[in-house]
Design a protein. Structure first.
Lengths: 709, 404
């Protein structure tokens, strides 16, 4: 795995090139290989130093996620976890304390453990490779860099500059990394290895600055007043941002704060302690599973029916140039796909071009885009009113007004041109797919493609199969989603599908709390503290209270006696009908709006007087999460979503369900099915049947089974 | 149990706590010496009778570090047999020192003791000793630490005290302090601070702004807005008080306690020992209490401490004739008054720390002396001094004049 190549002048190159893999990653095997290679290099007579290089396009991509998952699953075996994290930590410490100087030749991406390896080298040379990224992104997995990253980075560049890199896991280009001091020299790619070797030939000291007597932290350590005060503020900002839901940020702050008071060996002990604490925490386990493994699987289309030839997507059609249609057109153009976008007038259709122009201009203004990219992108968007232009599209996506008749009309006109050749996707968020498919003469090619707003930012697409949708159509629809650079989950037809249905319960719960006399500020803060991206009443204002009333009426009309009781309806009626407060676009709803500022409408206190005793915020937080989790369990029980991975990925990506939980099903399992059912039953008896867990969940608990095997 | 009696109480004037302030050129230990020597000299005290000296210091580092109390005792020329100990109960340190000194007498373990405090905020600034509470993220996050100004604004928000209510308290403090000085009500206890050549450095509290008005104060910018909104502390406070939509930042330099330098000392002892040495007891320490309460709102502890001290003394709020509550922030005074149902006519009648300043380690001993002086002037029986304290503590001491 790692070749030891000695030059005549005593420079030894360790060339890391994992066989049969695209990337070098740290796992048990790699650590052994590195230890062996270092031992061999040190044993070579006349060796004057070591260059660590990669035989891949990238340097080292980080730790093997499977290894991390394995560690996370043995949370009870603390000694084993210490041993696990200690291996690499000690290996790198021994390397930097060895008798030979070591240089890192960073040819491409160096992330996580890969960059920690470079940090333990005595000098870092990076190829000026614009494709490469350098950083310590472990916090995104709920972890921290456990092989010295939290100690060496602040000693290298200072405490304050290191914190955002560690806490937010920022990835830098090699040039940015050089500017920030993460690498010592930026070198042209073909000169990289030779430059590193030349440095070794100068016979530099194999001692790290932090191991020299009298070492001083750049900018001061935690013992200095300015840095100590910075930790005071950093801890408050961490809480303001995370509500304490993400323990990695706190652990990283503490690693740096405590470690910077100690020598490197003791500091590494501190780092290990916090790493073990994090990996034992269900937050890391759940985030790794959902945000890395399951998300990766969704992007790899593990749910795609087998044996269907891959659809090559070069041209798509979009019907309707509103917010969603324009967003889909932009995503397509950005992904290099030609897109025909139709609306009732040329002017409306041109709106899609304006939409894309606006986004690209913003990108140029903030130096994230270029005029060339904008021009290429805009050239791919073809607005018009003539359905004949759809000829040759591999996929047509309908994104017109949520009205069955309008949808049926454009569907018929599009199918008349593309027939059964193209996949026909409807971007409806609520109307059942099987019913809409009746308008098509090719219902087998009809499928739901539910994008989220704003499309250019939201990664998820909920792919909904109707009664007649064939496996081949599903496979092709998934190919389209991939081609658009989005992440699909597979859902079966039903009212509200998956995401809209469950998401709605969060808002409903917030509104019903108001009716119980819970103070609106308490409701909103509980929503934020639960980890949801927005508080429920503010979200309701954004969705539109009038729209919510209308949807409620439509459901009532469609389902009659079968319609579920919606406890938010009486509150909405007071707002909308009695007070003409229809939400943000209507000038005010639960909130008053004044430019960028908003404040809760004072009238709420008179319309819904506060109860004498207010509940504990923790109870409200649990109500928000449990009501969504129960609804997700119902969706699973009804067979609307097949894979628990899709349910969790869809929840986090689709409506921002508290990412720290790893998704609603992970939330249930972390609590334990038995305890969850007991809590939900208790809430059902106090607040209504919406909390009652489905029979299927009780049966799973009784049988001792779980969503995740 | 013995009774502990107050024989004397002194304080220095308070100098502005910054470069150019009247006491900025005086070393902290020399400030402490001023009060300790005054106690000795005014009472012709045989210092070998003093069995312990407690001095409160809130930033016990650098030149206020180590155990300044013992060294100040020696440096003041006290008998070498007198021990000393530095204590820190944050802003209550001066009163806590008195209480602890009294407790030794009550317990029969000391004849005479001294409790007092010193803080040179101009030379050892607030926050100098740092500590885990504010700067260790594990601890600050666990305890939901916020700076006191945020707590003060939180109190105002929670109980609906407006900027104007707070500014009115500030103006009242200024006017009362000015009147008290004009009438010489502090003269009995003020010890001018002199340099080694006998030149007087400061003889009068110099932080006061007697001409302050509500309209004038209204122009000052809120002091804790940035800390609350940009540095995340409002969000931290709201996570403990989630029923609050938004914290209103009503405090500023003019309705918060002033940053000043100063020292104080109180001589306590057994009545028989005093009698034998010609010392006249001025008041009896009836009871005292320190309590802990919710640390994020932090500054609502005083009324709880008062409740406990009253119950220990077998008294009720109505029995207390005169109150001193440290004016750390205007909202603290307002909440204290409302929680106990007091009339401002009996609270801080000679002004407080908003006007005259709050030398952290010394203030508790200072306001106890101010209380006693005014009780004597008005010939009242029961008085209570109380302070809000960092990390949610509160302190109260009830004294009784027996010949009243």
């Amino acid at each position: 795995m790692i070749q030891v190549l000695a030059d005549n002048d005593g420079v030894v190159t360790l060339l890391w090139d994992t066989p049969d893999k695209k990337q070098n990653v740290f796992n048990a095997e790699a650590m052994t290989a590195l230890a062996d290679a270092l031992a061999q290099a040190n044993a070579i007579e006349g060796a004057i130093g070591i260059v660590i290089a990669s035989g891949k396009r990238d340097f080292v991509a980080g730790a093997d996620i499977t290894m991390l998952q394995g560690m996370a699953s043995q949370a009870d075996d603390v000694p084993a976890l210490y041993a696990g994290v200690g291996t690499l930590s000690k290996l790198l410490r021994d390397m930097e304390k060895g008798k030979l100087p070591v240089a890192a030749a960073i040819n491409g991406t160096a992330l996580g453990g890969g960059f920690e390896l470079a940090l333990a080298c005595h000098r870092r040379f990076a190829a000026n490779n614009p494709r490469a990224v350098i950083g310590l992104p472990e916090s995104g997995l709920g972890l921290l860099p456990g092989a010295g990253g939290t100690q060496r980075l602040p000693r290298l560049i200072g405490v304050q500059p290191s914190l955002p890199l560690l806490m937010e896991g920022k990835r830098l280009s090699p040039a940015e990394a050089k500017a920030a001091g993460l690498v010592d020299e930026l070198v042209e790619p073909d000169a990289l290895l030779e430059t590193a070797k030349a440095w070794i030939r100068t016979k530099p000291s194999p001692q790290q600055p932090w191991d020299k007597k009298g070492f001083k932290f750049p900018g001061g350590s935690s013992e200095d007043a300015g840095v100590a005060n910075m930790f005071m503020v950093a801890a408050a900002l961490y809480q303001a941002k995370t509500f304490g839901n993400y323990p990695a940020g706190k652990a990283i702050l503490s690693c740096v704060n405590e470690g910077s008071r100690l020598d490197m060996d003791s500091a590494l002990e501190i780092e290990k302690r916090y790493f073990v604490g994090l990996i034992r925490d269900p937050v890391a386990r759940n985030m790794i599973r959902t945000m890395f493994v399951s998300l990766g699987d969704a992007n790899k289309l593990v749910r795609r029916p087998q044996g269907v030839e891959k659809l090559k997507v070069t041209k798509i059609g979009v019907l309707g140039a509103g917010l969603m249609g324009a967003g889909i057109a932009y995503a397509a153009a950005k992904a290099g796909i030609d897109v025909v976008i139709l609306d009732t007038t040329e002017e409306k259709a041109n709106g899609a071009v304006d939409y894309a122009t606006k986004i690209e201009d913003k990108a140029i203004a903030s130096k994230r885009g270029t005029e060339e990219r904008k021009a290429t992108l805009l050239a791919r968007i073809h607005p018009g009113i003539d359905f004949a232009a759809l000829r040759g599209c591999q996929c047509v996506i309908e994104a017109v007004y949520e009205d069955r008749a309008v949808k049926a009309d454009v569907t018929r006109r599009a199918i008349a041109v593309v027939g059964g050749d193209a996949v026909f996707g409807s971007n409806t968020s609520t109307l059942p797919i099987s019913g809409l498919a009746e308008a098509s003469s090719h219902p087998d090619r009809f499928i739901g493609l539910h994008f989220f707003s704003p499309v250019e930012k939201m990664q998820l697409v909920e792919v909904i199969t109707g009664r007649s949708t064939t496996p081949a159509t599903l496979a092709h629809a998934l190919d389209v989603v991939t081609a658009l650079g989005k992440t699909p989950i597979v859902v079966h037809d039903s009212r509200g599908f998956y995401t809209s249905r469950v998401f709605g319960t969060y808002i409903t719960e917030g509104i019903s709390m108001l009716r119980e006399g819970i103070k609106p500020a308490l409701i909103e803060n509980a929503g934020k503290m639960s980890g949801m991206p927005m508080p429920p009443l503010a979200l309701a204002d954004d969705v539109g209270l009038g729209l919510m009333v209308a949807v409620g009426l439509a459901t009532q009309r469609d389902l009659g006696m079968e319609a579920p009781i919606n406890p938010s309806t009486p509150v909405l009626e007071v707002l909308v009908h009695k007070n003409q407060r229809t939400g943000r676009r209507g000038g005010g709803g639960f909130y008053n709006y004044d430019g960028k500022n908003k404040s809760l409408w004072a009238g709420l206190a008179t319309e819904f007087p506060a109860a004498e005793t207010q509940p504990d915020v923790q109870e409200l937080i649990e109500r928000f999460l449990i009501v969504q989790a129960v609804e997700t369990a119902r969706v699973m029980a009804a067979g609307i979503v097949d894979a628990p991975e899709d349910a969790d990925v869809g929840a986090v990506l689709g409506w921002g369900f508290a990412p720290w939980t790893g998704g609603p099903l992970s939330y249930i399992e972390t609590m334990g099915l038995g305890k969850f059912i007991a809590k939900a039953d208790d809430l059902a008896s106090r607040f209504g049947e919406r909390f009652r867990p489905p029979t299927a969940l009780r049966e799973m608990a009784a049988a001792g089974s779980k969503y995740y095997a | 149990m013995q009774d502990a009696w107050i024989f004397d109480a002194v304080r220095t004037p308070r100098g502005r706590g910054k470069a150019g302030g009247g006491l900025n050129t005086v070393a902290p230990i020399a400030l402490a010496r001023t009060s300790l020597q005054a106690i000795r000299d005014r009472n012709s005290l045989d210092t070998s009778l003093v069995d312990d000296v407690y001095l409160g210091i809130v930033e016990p580092v650098n030149e206020q570090g180590s155990n300044l109390a013992r060294v100040a005792v020696i440096y003041s020329g006290y008998d070498q047999s007198v021990p000393g100990v530095q204590i820190n109960r944050y802003c209550a340190s001066g009163l806590a020192a008195v209480n602890m000194a009294a407790a030794q007498v009550m317990a029969g373990q000391a004849r005479m003791t001294i409790g007092g405090g010193i803080e040179s905020m101009s030379r050892v600034p607030m926050g100098s000793s740092r500590g885990a509470w504010a700067t260790d993220p594990q601890v600050s996050i666990y305890t939901k630490f916020v700076p006191q100004g945020i707590s003060a604004d939180l109190i105002a928000t929670k109980w609906g005290y407006t900027r104007e209510h707070c500014d009115e308290i500030a103006v009242m403090s200024q006017q009362r302090a000015a009147a008290a000085w004009a009438e010489g009500r502090f003269n009995k206890s003020i010890i001018p601070v002199k340099d080694d050549n006998g030149m007087t450095l400061l003889a009068r509290d110099e932080h006061m702004r007697p001409d302050a008005t509500v309209a004038g104060l209204g122009k000052l910018p809120p002091a804790f807005l940035q800390m609350g909104e940009s540095y995340g502390f409002d969000a931290v406070a709201q996570q403990r008080y989630p029923e609050i939509e938004q914290i209103h930042h009503v405090h500023h330099a003019g309705n918060s306690s002033g940053i000043v330098d100063g020292s104080a000392a109180v001589l306590i002892g057994r009545k028989d020992v005093g009698d034998a040495h010609g010392l006249k007891p001025r008041a009896r320490i009836r009871s005292f209490a320190s309590i802990g309460s919710e640390p994020t709102i932090m500054l609502t502890g005083p009324s709880l401490a008062v409740d406990r001290a009253l119950s220990l003394a077998g008294l009720t709020v109505k029995d207390i004739d005169l109150w001193e509550i440290n004016e750390a922030f205007a909202s603290v005074v307002l909440r204290f008054k409302d929680a106990l149902g007091l009339d401002m006519d009996r609270v801080n009648v000679n002004g407080g720390a908003i006007a005259m300043g709050h030398p952290l380690g010394a203030t508790g001993a200072m306001i106890l002396g101010t209380l006693l002086d005014e009780m004597e002037r008005r010939d009242l029986r029961f008085g209570c001094a109380s302070l809000c304290v960092g990390a949610g503590m509160g302190i109260a001491t009830i004294i009784e004049r027996v010949d009243a």
